[in-house]
Design a protein around this ligand. Structure first.
Ligand SMILES: Nc1ncnc2c1ncn2[C@@H]1O[C@H](COP(=O)(O)OP(=O)(O)OP(=O)(O)O)[C@@H](O)[C@H]1O
Length: 875
């Protein structure tokens, strides 16, 4: 496991149940009257109901200001933390004429507008203007802090469809949800805890139609829940070791891509599945020598439930089926909670749904639980909101016992490796001791002595090979440990205990400050469609659904964008098939605040179809205004060239024909270049023939024509290229910079390729020219020899052997000249140099003539060839 460094692993088992061992006796003890929160007020008084146990951690604005000092956590009784979050009325509800039916009366009470006697008290009530950061601080931070101390924790978002669960758990770009905030907090706490080291793993699953799917591994479908003595767990779910907040959130973003989302009449992006994001945290004191008990393992479950659907939710087919599964599992959750708070219940139906079965340990009181109930104030949903409030109120009575989890079973990787090392060390020690302690005493006879010697030798061989094996094993183990060590996260703070300095330095160190969230949305990378889905639906009805040619595609696309909200900046998106979106404001809507210049869309609609090639345009919104931002978000090589070429001048809007024109010109250039290549090769062939038949005037004529054609085509190419550049220069403003950039990029590539080819050919040519020079000087030497020989011959001083030498020498010369000349001619032609030296052609001709000649003494002496040639072979 985890042998691949930062690689992921599929664990054999991953528990969803936080505290399955060390189950405190009587943990499911029914709540006592004293632990019950305030019941709904039946009085008419407007005074707020008594808040139930306001025992929450004080809000903090940053990652755990008081980092946990591990152990020493009391097992005091706690209740589930129950908070209620109102969202603002959506545009759709406003359009429908909805009124406020429920409201936050102070910090702890939800009251009915039409009947003020109906009120419920909670640990905290968040009004519609509350930020998710504040919700996190109050409702989740203490759970996360607990998890870092080894106390398991679960944070739920519960509510009807479109009440704001996903908004609360995942959040959006400008308003991160509980999950990203918790992840950031966890890393912040690690940074604040220099005395301990941590190992983090995440898994992410969904329960869709009562089927468990692994969101981190699309092949992990229909996973099974298993149960052992310690509780329930999901078999074979993938777990990934995470090294930074960005890493963890990128995994969620990937998971979100696989999550089932669909539209209903309340929510275009309704979650059709429950998702459970689990962060498993292992921690031990830094340094080698520490107590086993100091190692903790805990899990944080962050759950975004699918929303319950009422009869008002108009669904058909698959959506209806999904809705019934969702309702059934939520009903089971409600029943389980009721039974847990009912002192007389003997059977708790955890097994009636996958959700309750997976959460059995959490629900039965092992670890901290925070339930965030999301509600809409709208009168049209008044009944559903009331049901949510009743559920929330019942949940408040579930009693939990938070205790620190120091269980070290096979799940602890740190532990496992530490154990392996120590047992290996022990074994080695034993081996060494065995060698030392060999008895050498009772040697009585010579025979004994020989036997003992033999035994000793055999033993030594065995011992040696065993030691070698051990060494190898140790090295392998060390490698594994090193890889594992890299996955262990430690604070970068200086306050490291002395023993820590002895530790290997390759350990990954982290700065977990704000800059760790540098992955936070790059405005330029994302389409920011921060929308209230309801208003989108209403907009659809206003504009007419006919406009949307492919709703499924639209929904899919919108979903991607939307889900990306907080998380989606990890992947760039290529918009497809989206005709237009028209979201509307909500109170916590994000505004891009992009510094980039923006232009307001005339129809408050974003035409994504305008964006080509994943143009990375950002769409931001302020109220109902949509802006398309920075079409050149990142400087590319083409972008740089573009800037250089046009010196920052604006280009005129010429519509989409610029690329077409460019493409056309480019095609013409390509065709001409092809023709030039064809002519050049014909020319080469002809020149070869001409070399063989120098008298053939037809050939010469053909060659002349071909040359003419080649130069004409080259001229045409130049003209076309000029036109391409000219058309760009004449265009003072481009309508679509990305098109321009694209065209320019292609041209640049072509230019680069051609330049490169030219360089190679020029270099080739240079080499051949050098060779030619050498040949010329060689020939000069040869000529001297020949001259000498001729003189000797004339004076009758030449012998037969000298005559043969002379013959061989001349043959060699001819052959060599042939080869060189041919190569040079070839290179010159491929270089398409119109000024191919006639000397080379002449040389070829001479050489071929010479080659065909019988080169004997007489013929050689009678040779009278004197033609144009850079050097006379036979002067
Ligand atoms: N507190 C809030 N402030 C502003 N807008 C909110 C808030 N809560 C929810 N919204 C908006 O309401 C719409 C519905 O929210 P969301 O998708 O989170 O609902 P949900 O409960 O997850 O729905 P479902 O159960 O169908 O998935 C979204 O457009 C979201 O941006």
């Amino acid at each position: 496991m985890f042998s691949g460094g930062t690689s992921s692993s599929r664990s054999q088992r991953s528990s969803i149940s936080p505290f399955r061992s060390r189950k405190p006796a009587g943990s499911t003890k029914p709540p006592t009257a004293s632990s019950r929160p305030a019941t709904p007020s039946s009085s008419t008084t407007s005074s707020r109901p008594t808040p139930s146990k306001p025992s929450l951690s004080p809000p903090s604005s940053s990652a755990s200001p008081n980092p946990p000092s591990p152990p020493n956590v009391s097992k005091s009784k706690e209740n589930v933390t129950v908070t209620v979050r109102f969202r603002p009325l959506s545009a759709r509800e406003i359009n429908k004429g909805d009124e406020i039916a429920w409201y936050a009366d102070g910090d702890y009470t939800v009251r009915n507008e039409f009947n003020s006697s109906i009120a419920y008290g909670f640990d905290k009530v968040f009004g519609p203007a509350t930020t998710t950061r504040h919700v996190y601080d109050v409702a989740a931070q203490h759970v996360v802090g607990g998890v870092m101390q080894g106390i398991n924790g679960t944070v739920f978002a519960y509510g009807v469809t479109s009440s704001g669960k996903t908004h609360t758990m995942h959040g959006e770009q400008k308003s991160p949800g509980i999950i990203p905030l918790a992840v950031k907090d966890v890393f912040g706490i690690i940074q604040e805890t220099p005395g301990r080291e941590f190992l983090l793993r995440v898994s992410y699953l969904e329960i869709y139609n009562e089927v468990i799917n692994d969101l981190l591994d699309p092949t992990g479908q229909n996973l099974r829940i298993r149960e052992d003595a310690q509780g329930t767990y999901v078999e074979a779910i993938k777990e990934e070791v995470v090294l930074s907040p960005a890493h963890a959130l990128s995994l969620i973003a990937t998971g979100e891509e696989h999550r089932h989302v669909g539209s209903n009449n309340f929510n275009l992006l309704s979650s059709r599945s429950h998702t459970i994001f689990t962060l498993t945290i292992e921690s031990s004191p830094r340094g080698e020598n520490h107590d086993e008990e100091d190692v903790t393992l805990s899990q944080l479950h962050l759950i975004d439930l699918a929303g319950s659907e009422s009869s008002k939710t108009e669904t058909t087919g698959l959506r209806r089926k999904e809705g019934s599964y969702i309702n059934k599992s939520l009903l089971t959750l409600g029943t389980v909670i009721s039974k847990l708070t009912d002192g007389k219940a003997t059977h708790i139906p955890y097994r009636d749904s996958k959700l309750t079965r997976l959460l059995q340990s959490s629900l039965s009181g092992h670890g901290r639980i925070s339930l965030i109930c999301t509600v809409t104030p709208a009168s049209s949903n008044s009944e559903e909101t009331h049901n949510t409030l009743k559920f929330a109120h019942r949940s408040k009575r579930v009693e939990i016992k938070a205790s620190q989890n120091k269980i070290m079973d096979e799940k602890s990787i740190i532990k496992k490796y530490q154990r392996e090392i120590s047992s290996l060390k022990q074994e080695l020690q034993q081996l060494k001791r065995g060698m030392m302690e060999h008895p050498n005493t009772a040697i009585s006879t010579q025979e004994d002595l020989v036997n003992l010697k033999l035994q000793l030798e055999a033993g030594q061989v065995k011992l040696q090979s065993r030691l070698e094996e051990e060494e190898e094993a140790k090295a392998a183990l060390m490698g594994r440990i090193q890889r594992l060590t890299k996955l262990i996260l430690v604070s970068t703070k200086n306050t490291i205990p002395p023993s820590i300095s002895e530790r290997p330095t390759h350990r990954r160190r982290h700065s977990f400050g704000e800059d760790e969230l540098a992955y936070l949305p790059d405005k330029k990378r994302e389409y920011l469609v921060d929308d209230d889905a309801g208003s989108y639906a209403s907009e659809l009805s206003v504009e007419g659904r006919d406009e949307i040619t492919n709703l499924d595609e639209l929904v899919k696309d919108y979903k991607r964008n939307k889900r990306r909200g907080m998380l989606g900046w990890f992947k760039l998106k290529k918009p497809e098939n989206v005709i237009g979106l028209s979201p509307s404001a909500d109170s916590e809507s994000s505004t891009s605040g992009s510094p980039a210049p923006s232009s307001k869309s005339s129809q408050n609609r974003v035409k994504f179809s305008d964006l080509k090639d994943g143009g990375r345009k950002s769409v931001s919104r302020r109220g109902d205004d949509y802006t398309i931002i920075d079409p050149f978000p990142e400087r590319t090589q083409a972008g740089d060239l573009f800037g250089a070429a046009f010196g920052g001048h604006c280009l005129p809007r010429t519509g989409s024909t610029i690329t077409d024109q460019m493409d056309l010109l480019r095609e013409q250039v390509k065709m001409l270049a092809g023709e030039v290549a064809l002519c050049t090769s014909s020319l080469k062939r002809l020149s070869e023939q001409a070399a063989r038949n120098p008298e053939d005037s037809q050939l010469r004529e053909q060659m002349r024509k071909l040359k003419g054609e080649i130069s004409e085509k080259k001229l045409q190419i130049r003209v076309l290229e000029q036109r391409m550049i000219g058309s760009l220069e004449m265009t003072p403003q481009m309508s679509n910079n990305s098109e321009m950039s694209q065209a320019l990029s292609k041209l640049t590539t072509q230019l680069n390729e051609t330049t490169f080819e030219l360089e190679i050919k020029t270099a080739d040519n240079r080499i051949l020219q050098e060779q030619l020079q050498m040949k010329i000087s060689e020939n000069a030497e040869m000529q001297e020899t020949i001259l000498l020989l001729r003189q000797q011959l004339n004076s009758q001083q030449i012998s037969d052997s000298e005559a043969t030498r002379l013959e061989t020498c001349s043959k060699k010369l001819v052959q060599k000249n042939n080869e060189e000349g041919e190569r040079f001619g070839l290179c010159q032609e491929t270089c398409a140099d119109e000024n191919t030296p006639t000397s080379v052609m002449s040389l070829n001709r001479i050489l071929s003539l010479e080659d065909s000649k019988e080169c004997n003494k007489d013929a050689f002496l009678n040779s009278q060839i004197h033609v144009q040639c850079p050097f006379n072979l036979f002067s």
